[in-house]
Design a protein around this ligand. Structure first.
Ligand code: SF4
Length: 343
């Protein structure tokens, strides 16, 4: 209840900070290129679907080059995006599972798309057919710790294989001209804080940055449930043994500053089926309409404005937003490393 009472955000100020001025074009897209993830993260919406078996009922979908090309052409032809738009191909699923990924990379290179990718590195990507990584904006390797026991608790992968996949990926993309940002996105859980230094040594060895963030409820509605005190007691018991919460009061108390710090360009969020979805906390279940039915920036902008106007009526929205976006800020200083911010 205490957290409930701390919500005194100024809606006008929040809106001003949340929306960058964009001159009539989107410069960033968040999307998926498959509907599958191979990990078992228990505080993630997709991980929960994997753990309970629900995702097995869903036929796999892997976006092809032709489908991606159709999307890009549509967005360009209707002046919805800038030609060098950043495509961030991660939201709810694992891009490396898409067997057409090399074809997508090659198309992106041909037309000058800046690619940003996040991967759990559970599966090796075949770079043998990839022509160039010169235009890549960046790559993130998400890690739930730096030991087999941490991987057993969260992703469920062979830890040695993950490290080998990260090495191989960096070698392959650098050989193809990669010069973007490259980072380990280390998710801090209570059980893995003793492993951060080993992760830093690995990152240093490979010339990667290290970004440490507190793991949080990801798309499960957990942030809102936690803040309002309505979380299922058994789920809360598990979370209290895995996640960190002490920083939430400070985040919310200084949220105006964090709105500014976590501010980002206006972006489009698409599901793997090219449906517009309300935000990165949504998946295709929340689809609004196909992007192919939208023929102008103004039309899409209007849809997002309407959603935002509805959401900001919820007094808890600003608190959940600042918690959800706190992944941008690192906690490296706790371990004696320089802090950084995700871009
Ligand atoms: S957090 Fe990422 S890696 Fe883990 S289940 Fe969710 S989408 Fe997959």
């Amino acid at each position: 209840m205490c957290l409930e009472r701390t919500d005194h955000r100024n809606p006008q100020r929040f809106e001003e900070l949340y929306h960058n001025v964009v001159p009539g074009r989107y410069t960033e897209i968040y999307m998926d290129v498959t509907n599958k993830c191979n990990a078992m993260c228990k505080y993630c919406k997709t991980g929960q679907a994997n753990l309970c078996g629900a995702s097995r009922e869903v036929p796999p979908y892997y976006m092809t080059r032709a489908e991606f090309e159709r999307l890009h052409r549509h967005l360009l032809d209707h002046n919805i995006i800038t030609p060098d738009c950043i495509y961030r191909i991660y939201n709810w699923y694992e891009p490396s599972l898409n067997p057409h990924l090399p074809d997508l990379f090659n198309y992106m290179h041909e037309v000058g798309i800046r690619l940003d990718m996040s991967t759990n590195a559970g599966k090796a990507i075949d770079f043998s057919r990839v022509e160039s990584c010169e235009n890549w904006y960046g790559i993130l390797f998400s890690m739930p710790g730096f030991s087999q026991s941490s991987y057993d608790r969260i992703h469920g992968f062979d830890f040695e294989k993950v490290k080998a996949n990260i090495r191989a990926t960096m070698e392959a993309i650098r050989a193809r001209g990669f010069h973007g940002y490259a980072m380990i996105n280390y998710h801090l859980y209570q059980f893995n804080i003793g492993e951060v230094r080993a992760a830093k040594a690995f990152a240093d060895e490979l010339g990667l940055g290290l970004h440490t963030i507190y793991a949080y409820f990801n798309g499960t509605g957990g942030n809102g449930d936690y803040l309002s005190g309505t979380m299922d007691p058994l789920y809360l018991r598990d979370a209290s043994r895995d996640l960190f919460f002490y920083h939430i009061d400070e985040l919310i108390a200084h949220k105006e500053e964090y709105f500014r710090e976590f501010n980002e360009p206006e972006s489009i969020t698409l599901s793997e089926f090219c449906n517009v979805i309300p935000c990165r906390g949504s998946n295709d279940d929340d689809r609004i309409k196909s992007i192919f039915e939208i023929t102008s920036y103004d039309e899409l902008h209007g849809i997002y404005e309407g959603i935002f106007a509805q959401r900001r009526k919820n007094p808890q929205y600003g608190n959940a937003w600042v918690w959800g976006h706190s992944y941008k800020r690192s906690w490296n200083h706790l371990f004696g490393f320089a802090d950084n911010t995700l871009i």
